[in-house]
Design a protein around this ligand. Structure first.
Ligand code: NDP
Length: 278
């Protein structure tokens, strides 16, 4: 076992993860001895891998699809976000106890704060399209930002209804066909579906009802500009891609494992953009 701290990303598959690139860049930038690696773990082996994490010399790790809910069930303690969401994306140890946190919402908000200051506008309404795992974290985070309404619309309406309460009393739900009703009040519109990713079809929605002040953001970062963002930009709206969310959600874990709060710099962004091929 090596003497320096090691962390990993646990996923299945995990070859697509940019987390090693991000964390190893920070380790080099801050001159820290440490390592960050991929751990491709099938669901059947996930529990035993997590139970052996400390024994294998890891100080913690990130958890990605499909393991976030399973990780929540295995931790000794969860932070407030992970407890509300029932999903963990960051693991670390405290006094020998395995702790799980969820930094997806923090990353989402930090990205908007950085790339589109004042994005909350009049705080009348934030519209979230999609109701999968990523949307859950986004809806939960938006619920803490004082919007009068956080509207969740999804192809499968029942899933939107199930997650809207994560925004507290501000949460309302609808089907994709209801989006146009919400857009005239929207300060923010989020694509949290997987549509628009390279190799997938585009999200077909009409943004014409949005006010000029609205900000449009996508969680997808391959490509950096999705058809959804290109449409919003063509309408003169401010747009924010999903890469900043990925970078910002990584920072709290790095600080837990290696003791330095890392900066999300243009240099790091350029490194990941080059890896994506953007
Ligand atoms: P899920 O598979 O959990 O959810 C997918 C969502 O997309 C669901 O709401 C689903 O609707 C909707 N959807 C899929 N296909 C269609 C379709 N043909 N028509 C309409 N809606 C559709 O995915 P995640 O929530 O985990 O991820 C969503 C996206 O966010 C991914 O592209 C992922 O890469 C990205 N992401 C980015 C992060 C970042 O850091 N930037 C972090 C996490 C995720 P339905 O419920 O009806 O099936």
């Amino acid at each position: 076992m090596s003497g320096f701290p090691r962390a990993c990303v646990l996923g299945w598959p995990v070859s697509q993860s940019r987390s090693p690139l991000i964390h190893n860049h920070w380790l080099a930038t801050y001159g820290l001895a440490g390592g960050y690696e991929r751990a491709e773990i099938a669901p059947a082996e996930f529990e035993s891998f997590v139970r052996g994490l400390g024994g294998a010399g890891f100080v913690g790790g990130n958890v990605t699809v499909p393991h976030k809910e399973a990780a929540f069930r295995l931790v000794d303690e969860a932070d407030a976000s992970a407890a509300d969401l029932g999903a963990v994306n960051t693991l670390w140890f405290e006094d020998g106890r395995l702790v799980g946190g969820n930094t997806d919402g923090v990353g989402f908000v930090a990205n908007l704060d950085e790339a589109a200051p004042g994005w909350e506008g009049e705080r009348k309404l934030a519209a979230v399209i999609g109701a999968g795992g990523a949307a859950r974290a986004v809806v939960h985070a938006l619920g803490t930002r004082g919007f009068e309404r956080v509207a969740v619309v999804n192809r499968t309406r029942e899933k939107a209804e199930a997650i809207a309460p994560l925004a507290g009393r501000a949460g309302v739900a609808g089907g994709l066909d209801d989006l146009w009703r919400f857009l005239p009040d929207a300060d923010l519109v989020v694509n949290a579906t997987s549509l628009g990713m390279a190799g997938k079809g585009a999200l077909e929605v009409h943004l014409g009802e949005l006010p000029e002040r609205a900000v449009a953001t996508d969680l997808i970062y391959v490509p950096l500009e999705t058809p959804f963002l290109a449409d919003a930009r063509a309408r003169g709206l401010r747009t924010v891609d999903g890469l900043g969310m990925l970078l910002h959600q990584a920072a709290p874990g790095f600080e837990r494992w290696f003791g330095v709060r890392p900066d999300v710099t243009p240099e790091l962004r350029a490194l990941v953009v080059a890896d994506i091929g953007g």
